[in-house]
Ligand binder design. Structure first.
Ligand code: GLN
Length: 499
């Protein structure tokens, strides 16, 4: 029999239903894999006790014939989702010992669906980053390596632990959050599927806030079908999030179809940017042919304000972050540092200086600056106007097409440390993912090929608001044709790895 960790989520469901193995066996196999993969640093906290209890409950439910859609499926959560009784760090020293008394809506729904939570996954501190190097718990190392070279690569970010854990077969699927690309870009770097639904589809209740008008939960999984099943279980209206959409969740997984007859797919011409890897460009053209082969018509479209998306994002996201992160003051949450003889101000200063890492501090400073009197109109208000224009560009494009096809990132994964000294180079990673975030649109990254170094590349599909079905269907059409079956050669967990 194939190792249990090699099965897709869909195959695990079938195997559990047919009693080929138990949820307990499946869980134990994944806990062992996660233990043996410490070198990847994908988990901040492993939760074997919670996992085994959930597995027992799943086995009992399966035996009664009352199992939820994810009964017995081992999953991981980005450590940005509050989990009752399990520490939730946001990969920050500020929350290193924070144990919430409440559960996020998304993780609560997945628990209710029977999923087995293996642990909390590493990320960039407060989800700020594109490489998972800003975590206070150390970087995640990608399970992938280029050719025969054993140089450590980044998994992408900020959901780097989620992408690495799925790619390394430590979990069947993982939650992530995407503010400007944090699900899609790490999915692309690690050769897995990553979907960010329409803003408001998933509740933000209990997710540590970064930039509230952009933050959206989603899924990283091995296949499009697997991602659809998990997204279905976690999405839906929640009265505890005022931006949650009062829309029913369609049966995306049951309706999945790779037949794109009658669909029009737009190629945004402005995305042909400098600095794009040649292999990415070739794959993009190939992706257009695959979609044609699936019955779609492919047309060029224009998104004229594309070049302004990244600068607007890097004003709006830090502005909202500076406001959201004001709550970490040593009084109500997490870390408190009180200097000898210090008063309230000294406590604020010492707590925030000790609690936040350099990237988070940079964002707070930028955000405070662009919101300050005298600069608000020049930066923040202007960025908001640009955001409106970007949303309008998409609305115009969707008059002539149903979906957009673009690369997920301009290149494949880069070595650890390669961009950490240059924030602009790091931010440029997000050039293709940020526009859909600013417009609140559903978007997916699907693994579609390898670059010259043998590292995964993703293609991105962006849809109309609420058209998750459209992006899933087109991603399935690409997945079927790309035949991407590469997986990272295992170097961790034995003596040969440098770790
Ligand atoms: N890389 C982007 C940033 O650093 C996106 C982060 C995210 O989506 N959470 O802001």
């Amino acid at each position: 029999m194939t190792a249990l960790t090699e099965l897709t989520l869909t195959a695990m469901r079938a195997g559990l239903a047919a009693r080929e193995f138990s949820a307990r066996e499946l869980t134990t196999a994944h806990l062992e894999a996660a233990e043996a993969a410490r070198a990847l640093n994908a988990f901040i906290t492993l939760t074997p006790d919670h996992a085994l209890a959930a597995a027992e409950a799943a086995d009992a439910a399966l035996a009664r014939g009352a199992a939820g859609p994810l009964a017995g499926i081992p999953i991981g959560h980005k450590d940005l989702f509050a989990t009752a009784g399990i520490r939730t760090t946001a990969a920050s020293r500020m929350l290193a010992d924070f144990v919430p008394t409440y559960e996020s809506t998304v993780t609560a729904r997945l628990l209710a669906a029977g999923a087995v939570p293996i642990g909390k996954l590493n990320l960039d501190e407060f989800a700020m980053g594109s490489s998972n190097e800003s975590s206070a718990f150390g970087p995640v190392v990608s399970p992938w390596r280029a050719g025969n070279c054993d140089e450590a690569l980044v998994p992408g970010g900020s959901s780097g632990g989620s992408a690495a854990a799925v790619a390394a077969r430590l979990v069947a699927a993982a939650t992530g959050t995407d503010t400007g690309g944090s699900i899609r870009q790490p999915a692309a770097f690690c050769g897995v599927v990553g979907i960010k639904p329409t803003y408001g589809r998933c509740s933000r209740f209990g997710i540590v806030a970064f930039a509230s008008s952009l933050d959206q939960a989603g899924v990283l999984a091995r296949t499009v079908a697997d991602a659809a099943v998990v997204l279905e279980a976690m999405a839906g209206f929640d009265p505890r999030d005022s931006t949650s959409l009062p829309e029913p969740v369609p049966p995306w997984s049951a309706r999945l179809s790779a037949d794109l007859t009658g669909r029009r797919v737009g190629i945004p011409v402005e995305y042909r940017a400098d600095g794009m890897d040649e292999a990415v460009e070739r794959l993009w053209a190939e992706g257009a042919r695959w979609l044609q082969d699936a019955g779609a018509q492919v047309v060029d479209v224009s998104l004229p304000h594309t070049a302004q998306a990244l600068p607007a994002y890097y004003v709006i996201a830090p502005a909202e972050a500076s406001s959201n992160l004001a709550r970490y003051d040593g009084v109500r949450y997490g870390l408190r540092v009180v200097p000898e003889g210090g008063g309230l101000m000294e406590m604020y200063e010492a707590t925030r200086a000790a609690g936040f890492g350099p990237e988070v501090r940079r964002r707070i400073l930028i955000g405070t600056y662009v919101l300050s009197a005298g600069y608000y109109d020049a930066y923040y208000a202007k960025a908001q106007r640009v955001r409106t224009l970007i949303a309008r560009d998409f609305a115009e494009a969707f008059r002539v097409c149903d979906l957009l096809l673009a690369p997920t990132a301009p290149t494949g994964a880069f070595p650890l440390g390669a961009k950490s000294a240059d924030p602009i180079a790091m931010y440029l990673n997000d050039v293709f993912t940020v526009p859909a975030s600013l417009a609140g649109l559903p978007a997916i990254s699907v693994p579609a090929g390898l670059d010259a170094r043998g590292l995964p590349l993703g293609l991105q599909l962006i849809g109309r608001p609420l058209d998750e079905q459209g992006v899933l269907d087109a991603a399935l059409a690409i997945e079927t044709r790309a035949g991407f079956c590469a997986s990272p050669a295992r170097w961790w967990g034995d003596d040969s790895g440098p770790s």
